[in-house]
Write a protein that binds this ligand. Structure first.
Ligand code: PLP
Length: 452
């Protein structure tokens, strides 16, 4: 009766469909087709229960930065579990792994971002951020500063706060709308929304929407602005160069806190340790998760400026925290992950070697008849599919859209590439080699041809 990787695939799929509720998945589709059962992985390669080798162009969910199959992370986890599997960091206790990881993150993070509040995921960390910025303004004697401004099509997680801070309509529709005190402005997606404007003018115009929103709700009521340096789940939307400097100018002008959601961009993905450095902003808080442990174990958190940490810390307890905040095993694994990233110079590999190599190959897909915009920063990239490259038109978007069909062809060709509407996106493990990039491009082009 034991279920194992030796159990026939059809049986595993039937049990899965019967008992497992999948995130972001249409259950009827699952019953009809059965989920692909992933059994092992090594480097950038997944293996399924039928023995196929699949090139993971998405690094899991943008998280397997150092790639699969790293024994030392398992060894560190086992050692830590034997020595101290758990203790909390509430009520005046701490432990060595969380001290070491906090100090390491303070060293890696830019400016005065020297304080870490831990969570187990990016969503939880953004819940922390919402409460923390409101608490900060209470401590500053400005409790009316409660509004946090996010962006349409931004993604900040699935909890009530995360989903509300994000700007995806579907997330708001399912399960309760937007919680109070959260506003959204439009995203800086020139390809879809730029019309006749130049990317530069469009970037400025979209940044100016922040100022308009601040003036509309009253600057005295605004606590913070939150954004991903490069929008990930929204379709790898890279803002025009004019956008972020203008956002920084506006938050500075009104004294509003800037939260950079680095859950995807952090830990080398953009060719710097943090996407904030890549786009040239100075956040007051950074949300981290995913690449922090390369997905080997759940851990997330907020890296917070001295000013916020000291202000909140000077006024008694901050009534917030999770049982697993700073979990010792997760902290030890994250530290080992960072050690490997440094030892193997992975950030510089992305910036100076494999990133430029992938960029050249990725842009070469632009000659495909249905590929419009090709965008890439570090190792996160997108293609906009279009029936007309001149007008930047969209394909009609019902179920069975061209993006979905292309993704299905990739899946059949043993390449994981995601689609967001008609944008195709990749974010492979940072350790991907040139040969593997070549293979990725071959499979992507084949899949585009088949979907066309
Ligand atoms: N923030 C960003 C930018 C993300 O991309 C994600 C997840 O994809 C999250 C937050 C939520 O993280 P988690 O799924 O770990 O809760």
């Amino acid at each position: 009766n034991l279920i194992s990787t030796q159990t026939p695939t059809a049986e595993l799929q039937a049990l899965d469909a019967a008992h497992h509720m999948h995130p972001f998945t249409d259950a009827e589709g699952l019953e009809a087709k059965g989920a692909r059962v992933i059994t092992r992985a090594e480097g950038v390669w997944l293996q399924d229960s039928e023995g196929h080798r699949i090139l993971d162009g998405m690094a899991g969910l943008w998280c397997m930065n150092i790639g699969y199959g790293r024994d030392s992370l398992a060894e560190v986890a086992a050692r830590q579990m034997k020595e101290l599997p758990y203790y909390n960091t509430f009520f005046q206790t701490t432990h060595v792994p969380v001290i070491a990881l906090s100090a390491k993150l303070a060293e890696l993070a830019p400016g005065d971002l020297n304080n870490v509040f831990f969570a187990s995921s990016g969503s939880e960390a953004n819940d922390t951020n919402l409460r923390l910025v409101r608490r900060y303004w209470q401590c500053k004697g400005q409790p009316e500063r409660r509004i946090v401004i996010g962006r349409k099509n931004g993604y900040h997680g699935s909890t009530m706060a995360g989903a509300s801070l994000g700007g995806m309509g579907g997330m708001h529709v399912h399960g309760g709308g937007i919680i109070d005190g959260i506003e959204h402005i439009n995203q800086p997606n020139w390809w879809s929304d730029g019309g006749d404007m130049s990317p530069e003018d469009f970037g400025l115009a979209r940044a100016k929407e922040l100022e308009d929103k601040i003036l509309e709700v009253g600057p005295e009521n605004v606590a913070a602005f939150i954004g991903e340096p490069v929008q990930g789940a929204g379709g790898v939307i890279v803002a025009p160069d004019t956008y972020w400097p203008e956002i920084q100018r506006i938050v500075d002008k009104y004294g509003i806190l800037l939260i950079a959601d680095e859950v995807i961009c952090g830990f080398g993905r953009t060719g710097e340790w943090f996407g904030s450095t890549t786009v040239g902003i100075k956040p007051d808080i950074m949300t981290i998760a995913k690449g922090l442990s390369s997905g080997y174990i759940p851990i997330g958190g907020s890296i917070v400026s001295d000013e916020i940490a000291q202000t909140v810390g000077a006024q008694g307890d901050f009534n917030h925290g999770y049982t697993y905040s700073g979990h010792p095993v997760a902290a030890a694994v994250a530290l080992e992950n960072l050690r490997i990233m440094e030892e193997e110079n992975l950030v510089s590999y992305v910036k100076n070697d494999i990133g430029p190599y992938l960029a050249e190959k990725w842009h070469s897909l632009a000659d495909h008849p249905m590929v419009g915009e090709t965008k890439i920063v570090g190792l996160m990239a997108s293609l906009a599919l279009t029936p007309n490259k001149e007008t930047r038109a969209s394909f009609a978007s019902d179920e069975g859209t061209i993006g979905f069909m292309t993704r299905e062809r990739c899946f059949a060709n043993d390449l994981i590439m995601r689609h967001v509407g008609d944008r195709m996106i990749i974010a492979p493990p940072l350790v991907i080699t040139r040969e593997e990039v070549d293979e990725l491009i071959v499979r992507a082009r084949k899949s585009l041809d088949e979907a066309y």
